[in-house]
Design a protein around this ligand. Structure first.
Ligand code: NI
Length: 288
């Protein structure tokens, strides 16, 4: 489907506003007791999907941390051939990732969903049918989220603690519902390689590596062959730059308080120096 440019522009402004809110809101949050400059992050499978910490759900484009850790995220699976290939690569590389799965795909390929969890990755909610949540009723939104949480929990034994809205489509109504009614963190991304346009594996790698920074959340899709093909080089180059990999929940546990955050009145979209939000263009974001 093709969303109009004005709608996307409004959505982008709202994303910006949310990022500011989070920036301010996170000022008082301390990290999980991990030393910020500890050089290596050792994560065992048992920690891969931590239970929700005692905090309110929030909206994130990335995570404020000084540690060279980032989160690889893969949307729209499980795919019957490509997701297992990706899991093989991640296992060979010793890398944990987060999978934003579509509920109906989990129902169709439950064994792949179980493998995702068994190999230490995080599994999270990407709705049942992948609608733009900004275009559905409150009742439909509830059904999309709850049915997906339910099938994930039934199949894997894990209840997801965060979600990503299809197409990155978000507005205040949807955001409030996800955070307050469903108690889910809303996870966007800070790096978008536009892999759904199938630009070729080397371009996907280049875009993901260029966008990397501590606390980054990298978006990709495990339903495109070129994305899977890009992963060995992407991971190798990120490792060469000194990055480690965490699931989204692990990354959230590494949050550090922001220092010297400006007063709310000083934060306008123009002066906000934070991270890039949703890439907005005139093109259809149908690939998300
Ligand atoms: Ni998607």
């Amino acid at each position: 489907m093709r969303a109009s440019i004005p709608v996307l522009a409004v959505a982008a402004l709202m994303v910006c506003a949310c990022a500011q809110e989070h920036r301010l809101g996170s000022a008082g949050i301390t990290d999980a007791g991990l030393h910020p400059h500890t050089p290596s992050l050792s994560i065992t499978p048992a920690q891969a999907t931590p239970s929700r910490p005692p905090r309110e759900p929030a909206y994130y484009n990335m995570v404020n941390t000084s540690r060279p850790i980032l989160a690889l995220t893969f949307d729209d699976g499980p795919h019957p051939q490509l997701t297992p290939r990706l899991l093989d690569i991640l296992r060979q590389q010793g890398v944990r990732a987060t999978f934003y799965v579509i509920g109906r795909n989990v129902e169709t390929y439950p064994e792949i969903a179980r493998r995702i969890v068994a190999e230490g990755h995080e599994i999270a909610n990407h709705t049942w049918n992948h609608p733009a949540l900004t275009k559905v009723s409150a009742a439909k939104l509830k059904q999309e989220i709850e049915s997906t949480t339910k099938v994930i929990e039934r199949v894997t034994g894990r209840r997801p603690t965060n979600m990503r809205p299809p197409y990155g489509a978000i507005n205040d109504r949807v955001r409030q519902s996800l955070l307050q009614d469903h108690k889910l963190d809303v996870i966007m991304w800070s790096v978008d390689p536009l892999d759904w346009k199938r630009p070729g594996a080397s371009v996907v790698t280049q875009r993901m590596v260029q966008g990397a920074k501590p606390g980054a959340i990298l978006l990709a899709h495990d339903i495109h062959p070129g994305t899977i093909e890009a992963m060995p080089q992407t991971i190798a180059q990120l490792k060469a730059k000194g990055y480690g990999f965490a699931t989204v929940s692990q990354l959230l546990a590494l949050r550090e308080p922001e220092v010297a955050a400006p007063a709310a009145a000083d934060l306008t979209p123009a002066s906000y120096g934070g991270e890039p939000t949703v890439e907005v263009s005139g093109e259809s974001p149908a690939g998300y």
